[in-house]
Write a protein that binds this ligand. Structure first.
Ligand SMILES: Nc1ncnc2c1ncn2[C@@H]1O[C@H](COP(=O)(O)OP(=O)(O)OP(=O)(O)O)[C@@H](O)[C@H]1O
Length: 302
């Protein structure tokens, strides 16, 4: 069953220029862990706010759990959990007080839904009397997730939950999402971190309010249109300049230790490329594209 349906949704905050969302359409299956992947300003928050009934679209339709986001907004609010991008909790209330507050709003108690949150809650329980504002980033995120789950939602919207959180907490967070998925919750999560894409079952790549591609991470990688190479030399910035000025190089992008390149003619071999650059100590090898390579390639085609 389709749990979330987005059908030609558009939203513009200003009359001129690029709209925040431009005719977005896609669907999310029940129980799916779905990632909305895109840089700052791509439109992720705007879409989540429309789906959680906090913002009206200019045109198009959307439904969650078979309920229309405009007509059935009250019912949707009871059925979805939303963790906004920015810290949404009461900084001056303790961990326990925040949880009780959100439980009360939904006419429930921590005890009633303890099963769903217990794996996450046990990690913050030792700090239950600490004010939320005094928690570490990772702990705040766990508390925000518990609060979003307190009323047993069937669909969970998590807006950039791992932004600004350390690497260990990010990893732990994705483990928690896997656990929630196993309990049957449909999860839509947005992130600007391309490396998190492979942790989702399905992803939509979004840029400037438009969907560039939507599929499983594996299929998106398989659809990369050309052989991709990684190249390095002792002088990486001179190498990048030479690559970008070379006629036989189609694209060159810096990727940490290596630059990733495609060739204008796939018949050219790496020896010829290295010879044409004439830079001592250079190395080149074929590589499998990452989601970031795919994103950059799709952006160029736009
Ligand atoms: N209330 C608003 N008024 C005017 N412009 C807005 C408003 N909200 C969002 N925008 C603009 O709409 C575009 C999409 O913003 P949105 O917040 O949805 O992106 P995002 O992918 O969530 O990125 P971010 O991580 O920066 O929030 C951006 O250009 C943003 O400046």
């Amino acid at each position: 069953m389709k749990h979330v349906i987005i059908d030609h949704v558009s939203k513009a905050f200003v009359k001129e220029g690029t709209p925040a969302l431009n005719e977005i359409s896609f669907e999310v299956e029940e129980g799916e862990l779905f990632g909305l992947i895109g840089p700052d300003g791509a439109g992720k928050t705007t879409l989540f706010r429309i789906l959680t009934t906090l913002l009206l679209a200019d045109s198009g339709n959307a439904s969650v759990n078979g309920l229309d986001v405009v007509r059935d907004y009250k019912e949707i609010r009871k059925q979805v959990g939303y963790m906004p991008g920015r810290f949404s909790l009461y900084q001056d209330l303790s961990v326990e007080e925040n949880l009780n507050f959100f439980a009360t709003i939904f006419n429930t108690t921590l005890e009633q839904n303890y099963d769903l949150i217990k794996d996450i809650y046990v990690q913050i329980e030792p700090f239950k009397n600490r004010r939320a504002g005094k928690l570490s980033g990772g702990m705040k995120q766990k508390l925000a997730l518990c609060c979003a789950l307190i009323h047993k939602p069937t669909v969970l919207f998590l807006d950039e939950p791992t932004t600004g959180v350390d690497a260990v907490s990010r990893k732990e967070f994705w483990e928690m999402l896997k656990g929630l998925k196993q309990q049957g919750i449909t999860i839509l999560v947005s992130t600007p971190y391309m490396d998190e894409a492979s942790l989702c079952e399905k992803i939509a790549l979004i840029q400037n309010g438009e969907i560039l591609s939507i599929d499983t991470p594996e299929k998106i990688v398989d659809q990369y249109p050309k052989p991709l190479y990684a190249i390095k030399s002792p002088d990486m910035s001179r190498l990048l300049k030479s690559l970008r000025n070379s006629q036989i190089i189609q694209s060159a992008n810096a990727f940490g230790e290596y630059h990733h390149i495609t060739l204008s003619d796939d018949g050219i071999d790496s020896e010829k490329v290295l010879a044409s650059l004439n830079m001592e100590g250079s190395e080149m090898k074929t590589i499998k594209p990452t989601i970031e390579d795919c994103f950059i390639n799709l952006m160029r085609d736009e």
